[in-house]
Design a protein around this ligand. Structure first.
Ligand SMILES: CCCCCCCC/C=C\CCCCCCCC(=O)OC[C@H](COP(=O)(O)OP(=O)(O)OC[C@H]1O[C@@H](n2ccc(N)nc2=O)[C@H](O)[C@@H]1O)OC(=O)CCCCCCC/C=C\CCCCCCCC
Ligand SMILES: O=P([O-])([O-])O[C@@H]1[C@@H](O)[C@H](O)[C@@H](O)[C@H](O)[C@@H]1O
Ligand SMILES: [Mg+2]
Ligand SMILES: [Mg+2]
Length: 209
């Protein structure tokens, strides 16, 4: 379900992203520059606006710059220049951006005295990082881990919708979104563990351990 959403959303975005990618390449901009600039933009939106309680502006800025995560890979593929360092930089910068988003949300909730929701935001930060780590570790060991109901796009959408609604006056939307996200993130870690366990058993000499 999450995969179907991502694949169709990506296909829809392609029409917008490809002409922008072509223009940037023509202007001599590299995919790595876009990766870093997109992360700086997310930091500004999250820390400069979201953390200070400007949730709607923060969410909009974060959305625009988070979407450059589609642009960098598209540029790399178009120019035939996908690189190992680019892939490493892309994933590493995603962790920086995610930390800024959830750190900003936790900070703002702390300024409001809503400590249970601060705990939820910190849980999302920690478990979201674990979701990505499990995949990166599995891939580093030569396996695949392309599964789970709450991959990065879904995680950002859930916190984004919660932040946007709370910014528009629906007070409990962000806390509810955070607890929901913490739950689906834990579930995703479980899905990935099971998936990797199955593959690892097949790969061990003699199989089935
Ligand atoms: C405003 C509040 C939100 C409410 C409404 C939300 C509206 C949002 C509008 C549209 C959302 C549409 C969703 C988009 C779906 C995209 C689906 C998808 O496929 O996503 C995957 C992408 C890309 O991931 P990845 O980086 O893995 O792929 P790449 O194509 O880049 O390929 C990687 C390979 O490319 C090579 N490479 C890469 C870089 C490089 N420099 N060199 C290279 O060689 C290399 O081979 C790599 O391996 O993921 C995304 O696009 C992320 C999507 C983020 C979705 C944003 C939605 C955000 C919503 C809200 C966030 C707000 C939070 C604010 C919180 C409150 C305030 C603090
Ligand atoms: O693992 P996850 O966070 O759900 O999803 C994401 C991967 O699908 C993506 O390829 C990578 O660039 C991101 O950094 C992130 O790891
Ligand atoms: Mg990317
Ligand atoms: Mg990425």
């Amino acid at each position: 379900m999450a995969k179907i959403f991502q694949v169709s959303a990506r296909a829809g975005m392609t029409r917008v992203v490809e002409p922008v990618a072509r223009g940037l390449l023509k202007a001599g901009v590299t995919p790595n520059t876009v990766t870093v600039a997109g992360t700086v933009g997310v930091l500004v939106g999250a820390l400069g606006f979201g953390a200070r309680g400007h949730l709607v502006t923060g969410a909009l800025i974060v959305t625009v710059f988070a979407l450059t995560d589609l642009l960098d890979g598209t540029m790399a593929r178009m120019s035939g220049g996908s690189t190992r360092f680019g892939a490493f930089l892309d994933s590493s910068m995603d962790r920086v951006a995610d930390s800024a988003v959830f750190g900003a949300v936790a900070y703002w909730l702390a300024t409001q005295g809503d400590y249970p929701s601060v705990a939820a935001a910190l849980l999302c930060l920690a478990v979201g990082g674990l979701v990505s780590y499990v995949k990166a570790r599995a891939e580093g060991l030569g396996m695949t881990c392309n599964v789970g109901i709450a991959e990065r796009t879904e995680r950002l959408l859930i916190v984004g919708v919660g932040g946007l609604l709370t910014g528009l006056g629906v007070d409990r939307a962000l806390p509810i979104a955070l607890w929901l996200l913490a739950a689906v993130s834990v579930f995703t870690v479980g899905q990935r563990m099971v998936h990797v366990h199955r593959q690892a058993r097949q790969l061990e000499p003699g199989g089935q351990r």
